[in-house]
Design a protein around this ligand. Structure first.
Ligand code: AMP
Length: 612
């Protein structure tokens, strides 16, 4: 069986790891970086760019470059988060066929799982190149606070990428796994995970015996580094508007440049007290001629602009403690995860809250992927010293009369779980019974997220109240919901018919998966071609050198002279094939030249032996 890789599908960066010789190890991409920007772009010719390559061209191609897609995944188009993104993202976001989100790039509307699949695919290629073997299976992490629809969408992304996603793992749980793996210590650990787009906090009991028990988990799936960037960006835009009377939000190129500059200033301010924002020609034409931006921003200013964001994370930490019925002082270790935890104010605030210094032993960008790799190895039974007990971050319940909400599975329930609930018919001869499943904490049904609308169909015809159906609400280990139902009297399964449409049109997911597979094949073929080209180029040099040596040492041996003549013919032919660059021919010439090289080497060995 192939190995299982662990993928951290981040808002800003992705990271991939694998268990190597019993140790989780992050795999660097071809450029040598251990993380890859979560950016996808489509070039004018329709070609796909992912990661650094996509990041580099973002400024000149803002409308067709997608970043932070994770903020949109699994969300309905009319959600406030998507509506907010419409005003801040330079790429075009449109409504999909079932009120889902589509991103329009070069005239084609992509679903968000399709965009995420490109990132997963890229990470898979990074792993395959390093391992020099095919990878088919993965554990993919998501914020613990992701709801059912978001998890489902990440699973869909895995399907499109042709990866068998063995488990959707919560990011803070993954971090706790990586932190506690192989330490043999018993501790209560808080994982504070502030990434590019989401905030999660989990309190995990790490047992010395390898059992990781999540005590509580909560968060906000729309709070992260992007919001910090937005604050800086808004500050720059406001300053410019006051100074020049021009609203930079109207230009996608200016927005893209501002976004990058804001993020850079924010990151710089983690190291220095004052950062410069210089954007020459931010307006290329105005009545005053071209305009440039040159501002400086202090660490104090950044802290002021983002104070409420940091405070929000602290409130959420307090809530997590409440859920776990613990005091801040009960915590033995604070683990910081996510790029945003490099901001000194964030570190300071968290350390103040828990009254202890945060652990400096884990790398905030890599720890989640490492945990995913450990879980992957455990699922593939490569290791058996790890057991995970996770909980659900959201309550799950049903809509009741008058916009009411009845919780069936409360937040912090251990998953996987199955909770039965009894439903009774209310009319004579009632054949169907509709159940609306919601996720959330509000007592008012319409304030929670719709999870699934289903009907029990084909019920036994009987007087009102005579048919009792037991509905089993199941949350699996991926945190994904399923319902099953049976008639209590007859014991027969009731048919559950899911109403409402899925985010995909019939056959669309399969089509996307086929396209993705074709892309991967093409990429693999291109890489194989490039490998052949480089191999042949190197071999041509080596063969030429060996031929010259044979000529020198075996000039009086007619067999050797004949061999060299034959080899030179083959060498010339291979050189021509290289120029023509035809894949089949390259492969054939490579084999011929390898044989030639072996023959020459053998002759040289013979002559060195003879000289001794
Ligand atoms: P992640 O999703 O964990 O990769 O976190 C990415 C977020 O961390 C982005 O918003 C980055 O801008 C932010 N980030 C990365 N490095 C720093 C830094 N040195 N200081 C502040 N924020 C940072």
């Amino acid at each position: 069986m192939s190995r299982v890789i662990g993928i951290d599908l981040g808002t800003t960066n992705c990271c991939v790891a694998v268990l190597d010789g019993g140790q989780p190890t992050v795999i660097a991409n071809r450029q040598g970086y251990k993380t890859t920007p979560s950016i996808v772009a489509i070039a004018e010719d329709g070609g796909r760019m992912v990661g650094q390559v996509a990041a580099r061209q973002a400024i000149t191609n803002p409308q067709h470059t997608v970043f932070a897609a994770k903020r949109l995944i699994g969300r309905p188009f009319d959600s406030p988060q998507v509506q907010h993104a419409l005003t801040t993202m330079p790429y075009r976001i449109v409504a999909g066929p079932s009120d889902d989100v589509r991103i329009e790039l070069r005239g084609k509307a992509y679903s968000v799982p399709e965009i995420s699949a490109m990132l997963l695919q890229e990470m898979r290629v990074v792993a395959e190149e390093h391992l020099t073997e095919r990878v088919e299976r993965a554990v993919v992490t998501v914020p613990a606070y992701f709801n059912d629809a978001q998890r489902q969408a990440v699973k869909d992304a895995g399907r499109i990428a042709g990866l068998d996603v063995l488990r959707i793992l919560n990011e803070p749980t993954a971090a706790a796994l990586a932190y506690g793996f192989g330490r043999g210590e018993e501790k209560r650990v808080v994982v504070y995970d502030l990434g590019g787009g989401t905030f999660d906090v989990s309190i995990v009991h790490v047992g010395g015996d390898g059992v990781f028990r999540v005590l509580a988990t909560t968060g906000d799936s729309f709070l992260g580094g992007e919001d910090f960037d937005d604050r800086v960006m808004a500050w720059l835009i406001r300053g410019f508007e006051v100074q020049e009377g021009i609203d930079l939000r109207e230009s996608p190129i200016a927005l893209q440049r501002l976004k990058q500059a804001a993020q850079k200033a924010k990151c710089d301010l983690s190291q220095v007290d004052e950062a410069e924002v210089q954007l020459p020609f931010i307006v290329s034409t105005s009545p005053k001629g071209p305009l440039h931006m040159h501002y400086s921003i202090s660490r104090g200013q950044l802290e002021k602009l983002t104070e409420d964001l940091v405070d929000r994370t602290l409130d959420i930490c307090m809530h997590a403690l409440e859920l776990a019925r613990l005091e801040a002082t009960d915590v033995d270790e604070v683990v910081l995860v996510g790029g945003m935890t490099r901001m000194p104010r964030v570190q300071q605030a968290v350390e103040e809250l828990f009254g202890r210094r945060a652990s400096r032993n884990v790398h905030p960008d890599e720890v989640v992927a490492l945990g995913a790799a450990i879980q992957g190895a455990a699922l593939a039974t490569e290791i058996d010293e790890v057991a995970l007990e996770d909980v659900t971050a959201h309550s799950l319940g049903i809509a009741t009369a008058g916009d009411g909400y009845e919780v069936i599975v409360p937040a912090s329930t251990r998953v996987p779980c199955r909770v039965p609930s009894l439903f009774t018919t209310s009319r004579d001869e009632q054949e169907t019974l509709r159940i609306v499943v919601l996720q959330g904490e509000s007592g008012v049904a319409s304030e929670n997220e719709l999870l699934q609308d289903f009907a029990l169909v084909g019920l036994r015809r009987a007087p009102a109240g005579d048919v009792e159906v037991e509905v089993e609400f199941e949350i699996d280990a991926d945190g994904i919901f399923r319902a099953g139902a049976k008639d209590l009297e007859t014991g027969e399964q009731a048919r559950v018919q899911v109403l409402g449409r899925s985010a995909f049109e019939p056959g669309e997911l399969e089509r996307a998966a086929a396209e993705s597979a074709a892309w991967l094949e093409e990429r693999r073929a291109e890489e194989a071609h490039e490998g052949l080209r480089q191999g042949l180029q190197a071999l041509l040099v080596e063969v030429e050198r060996a031929a010259r040596e044979v000529e020198q040492w075996r000039a009086d041996d007619p067999d050797a002279v004949d061999t060299v003549i034959a080899v030179r013919h083959a060498h010339e032919a291979a050189g021509r094939a290289l120029a023509a660059d035809e894949r089949r021919a390259l492969a054939e010439h490579l084999v011929v030249l390898e044989d030639a090289k072996e023959m020459l080497d053998a002759m040289l060995r013979e002559s060195t032996g003879a000289r001794r």
